[in-house]
Design a protein around this ligand. Structure first.
Ligand code: SF4
Ligand code: SF4
Length: 386
């Protein structure tokens, strides 16, 4: 049975969040638990979510106050703390500075690593992927603590503790993985393998203000008032998705893969939630970006066919587009599923859906939120867009 601490936390106040994190560790096993997690003076890597260059407090990225609060707790156990990430777009150092994380790191003597130095390693005991290039520091640190933000996600429905480690793939190599794994299920298997490889030890999921709707970049804030902590990434995510309205965690592709491959605890009866109860904290008006869409037919071919039929597609919100062409630039599909065309004297993207692998990188990384997910007729008929 995996333990997950669910804490109510209503504001980004550093003392309050530090107290909550300490309370979480106490609920999970107290001093013994934390000393086992962080052996004395071990090298601890903090992995925030720096998806893109965003200002401090943005709901797209890890909140600087959560980052400061965990450092204040860790300082009791080690002086050897590093942080880093590789954003989906843009330069890592710039993203860390803009987010306010670099100033906090300087204040507490925490080092920064831009994740550009990579190491080539094998993972023989994998679900799917054996050969890897990952950020060297993520592979070599003694303890990896992930600090995800709870958000909706176009391709993966939801992003949290498991998905956050995709940033351990350096720079543009992330796009290659999207091309190699166009199918969301295989992409999720890859994410699980990646976490096995870098041995993510602990997750603190920031759902104080979560992102609903057109996530993971252009959604709206939702005050969920929750911090979720635990050693099992899938158990933390299972609690996260149930809070926002997915009654069955198996509706989330990465949790379904984790369950099928016995990678981690996913089902409610495998997880002991300590602190607050899910029933007390769950909400019923959180805007999901994808409705649960599992079909249980005997034939996997029929399942896959239907899933493809109801999958959303990227669509332009014309009046928001600023013609920056970033969508075309980040599209990982080698044949480029986007071309820029002229429309009423401005340049806008046009999609070729026969080439699109529906990774939604364009929707994820559009700087002004001008791309949303839309459903075709069948998807609408069966209510996927509600
Ligand atoms: S859709 Fe977004 S990323 Fe693409 S050109 Fe318009 S503003 Fe830029
Ligand atoms: S067009 Fe968008 S969703 Fe389609 S492959 Fe390119 S980035 Fe991915």
């Amino acid at each position: 049975m995996e333990k997950v601490a669910l804490l109510k936390c209503e504001e980004y106040n550093v003392q309050l969040i530090e107290d909550k994190i300490r309370e979480g560790f106490n609920l999970l096993g107290g001093e013994t638990f934390i000393r086992n997690l962080i052996p004395y003076n071990s090298k601890v890597l903090l992995k925030p979510n720096l998806l893109i260059t965003e200002p401090p407090g943005s709901i797209v990225i890890t909140h600087f106050v959560v980052f400061e609060a965990i450092i204040r707790v860790l300082k009791d156990y080690t002086y050897n703390i590093i942080f880093g990430d590789s954003p989906g777009f843009g330069e890592s150092r710039r993203a860390a500075e803009k987010a306010g994380l670099m100033d906090i790191a300087l204040k507490y003597g925490v080092e920064f690593d831009d994740f550009t130095e990579s190491i080539h390693v094998r993972l023989d005991d994998s679900i799917l992927c054996k050969s890897w290039n990952v950020a060297k520091i993520a592979y070599e640190s003694d303890v990896l603590i992930t600090l995800p933000k709870l958000k909706t996600h176009g391709m993966a429905y939801y992003t949290g503790a498991v998905k956050n480690q995709f940033g351990c793939i350096p720079g543009t190599q992330k796009a290659t993985w999207h091309t190699r794994m166009p199918d969301a299920n295989n992409f999720c298997k890859m994410l699980l393998d990646l976490n096995t490889l870098v041995q993510t030890d602990f997750a603190i999921l920031d759902g104080i203000v979560a992102m609903q709707g057109n996530g993971p970049k252009s959604g709206d804030p939702y005050k969920l008032n929750s911090l979720i902590m635990g050693k099992s990434l899938t158990a933390v995510d299972s609690v996260g998705v149930r809070l926002i309205g997915y009654n069955d965690p198996l509706d989330i592709p990465v949790l379904k893969e984790a369950y099928d491959y016995k990678w981690g605890a996913v089902l409610p009866n495998e997880i002991q939630v300590v602190g607050k109860k899910i029933e007390e904290m769950k909400v019923n008006d959180f805007k999901l970006c994808r409705k649960a869409g599992n079909f249980y037919f005997i034939s996997p071919v029929v399942n896959n066919f239907l899933r493809e039929m109801i999958a959303p597609y990227p669509s332009l919100i014309m009046n928001k587009c600023v013609s920056c062409e970033r969508c075309k630039e980040v599209c990982p599909e080698e044949r480029k599923a986007i071309e820029m065309i002229e429309n009423n004297k401005i340049h806008i993207p046009k999609w070729d859906m026969s080439k699109c692998i529906r990774c939604f990188c364009c929707q994820e990384l559009c700087p002004v939120g001008a791309i949303e997910l839309k459903y075709n007729t069948l998807g609408r008929i069966i209510g996927m867009n509600e």
